[in-house]
Design a protein around this ligand. Structure first.
Ligand code: SF4
Ligand code: SF4
Length: 201
């Protein structure tokens, strides 16, 4: 089982509800994000201008480098395939933070421990939706098991068609979060380096 997220960029209106709901649910500090909505573009020349919104989060890697480098085994994948940090055994050594290709981990200045998006596993284990999914007024976010062909995420990807599905660059980490973007909305802007969040030293 690999629980992950599909985000339909054709539907996202950049309202930031998901970003705020995530911060409230997970008590995320000012200036820190587990989920951040980026604005991509505008690109092109008037009147052919394109832009879209890109909600970002941990990409739920299959071969997660943040797990590989953790000296205590505190970064792990739970039975649903969600990459988590065990705050009881994390020693705040910082090893996992710079190895994430997307800068999706941060250091909690209060607890002195590593932190990241948990896909709201404290809610999903009670059969509730992650806060960002629940708050999305555009119904652009879906969470489910990418290994189950009947899951909502697989159904959404099937409906969208392969040519309209994008993932972040894969450096061997195999990101599983997928983005749906039809060319009638905008063209996906490729970047070799996607760093979603501000860096903290
Ligand atoms: Fe780890 Fe970063 Fe991959 Fe998330 S996106 S599993 S934090 S390497
Ligand atoms: Fe986009 Fe939904 Fe997030 Fe609003 S709540 S920014 S529509 S993904």
């Amino acid at each position: 089982m690999k629980k992950t997220m599909v985000i339909d960029l054709d539907r996202c209106i950049g309202c930031y509800s998901c970003e705020i709901a995530c911060k409230m649910e997970n008590n995320v500090d000012l200036g820190v994000y587990f989920n951040k909505v980026l604005t991509i573009g505008p690109v092109g020349t008037y009147p052919d201008i394109e832009m879209y919104f890109l909600p970002t989060l941990c990409q739920s890697c299959v071969e997660a480098p943040c797990i590989d480098v953790c000296p205590t085994g505190s970064s792990f994948t739970n039975k649903e395939g969600v990459v988590l940090v065990d705050s009881d055994s994390c020693i705040g050594c910082y090893a996992c933070i710079p190895v994430c290709p997307y800068n999706a981990r941060s250091f909690n200045q209060q607890t002195r421990l590593a932190q990241k998006c948990t896909l709201c596993s404290h809610l999903t284990e009670k059969d509730k939706q992650p806060a960002c999914v629940k708050a999305c007024c555009a119904k652009a976010r879906f969470v489910g098991d990418i290994d189950d062909q009947n899951s909502i995420v697989c159904k959404k990807l099937k409906e969208a068609g392969e040519e309209n599905i994008y993932t972040m660059p894969d450096t061997g980490n195999h990101p599983t979060v997928s983005y749906i973007l039809h060319k009638k909305t905008a063209r996906w802007q490729e970047r070799s380096n996607w760093e979603f969040f501000p860096k903290y030293e």
